[in-house]
Design a protein around this ligand. Structure first.
Ligand SMILES: CC(C)(COP(=O)(O)OP(=O)(O)OC[C@H]1O[C@@H](n2cnc3c(N)ncnc32)[C@H](O)[C@@H]1OP(=O)(O)O)[C@@H](O)C(=O)NCCC(=O)NCCS
Ligand SMILES: [Zn+2]
Length: 192
């Protein structure tokens, strides 16, 4: 079944959004709500949920059972592992209904990866090419290229665009890219 030209939706997938880019695939039991924006060539795997008001860029991977709620923006080439959990209400109460203005947004910058089961507490920005280990609980802004692990997640090092850990020299031993630290703890920037 195809909702927009060039979008593949598995016969048991549910894609209600008309804002889905060409080449994107929505697999069985995944649900993309009307009002969600999904870019080109994304992969939304079984049991994932993309809510009204969520925005995914191009070439984003959303692995199985991952929940992307309203107010979450993932830029191009973000990787969300299985069971990644976003939030958008810092202090939820069942009896207090909140409108979109009262929810806290989250931004995941280009190329960042969140490992299996990562939990993202709302209102933070995850920097470009940051990498959260499986099970990390991200509670604060994450610098670009930071390797984060644990609960609450702490920075344990730096990662390259290719996903490998960077040595102290900040020159990747795998792909050769070099990096330098940005001011104000903002993380790394690419040199070459
Ligand atoms: C982060 C990861 C890549 C391991 O990287 P690594 O460079 O081999 O890690 P190391 O073994 O060198 O560990 C570095 C440190 O981080 C810690 N660490 C690694 N993974 C961790 C995790 N998931 N949670 C908490 N701490 C972790 C290690 O204990 C170590 O800590 P120490 O320096 O205090 O001893 C891997 O653990 C991981 O989580 N990958 C994500 C897999 C995933 O979710 N894929 C999704 C698609 S299936
Ligand atoms: Zn590299």
């Amino acid at each position: 079944m195809t909702v927009t030209t060039g979008v593949f939706v598995h016969p048991n997938g549910l894609c209600e959004s008309e804002q889905v880019g060409e080449g994107t695939r929505v697999w069985a039991f995944a649900h993309v709500m009307r009002g969600a924006v999904v870019g080109r060539d994304c992969n939304v795997c079984d049991h994932a949920f993309v809510e009204d008001g969520a925005v995914l860029g191009d070439r984003v991977t959303v692995k199985n059972a991952t929940l992307v709620f309203s107010g979450v923006i993932c830029e191009d080439e973000v990787f969300l592992g299985p069971n990644v959990l976003f939030t958008n209400d810092m202090r939820p109460r069942a009896a207090i209904r909140k409108g979109p203005d009262e929810l806290l947004g989250t931004v995941v910058r280009r190329g960042a990866s969140l490992g299996a089961g990562a939990v993202v507490v709302c209102g933070i920005e995850i920097g470009r090419y940051a990498f959260a280990a499986a099970g990390a609980v991200l509670t604060r802004d994450v610098p670009a290229h930071a390797f984060m692990a644990g609960n609450p997640a702490r920075r344990k090092g730096w990662v390259c665009e290719c996903g490998n850990r960077l040595p102290d020299s900040l020159r990747c031993t795998e792909c050769g890219l070099g990096f330098a630290e940005l001011p104000d703890g903002a993380g790394l920037r690419r040199l070459d």
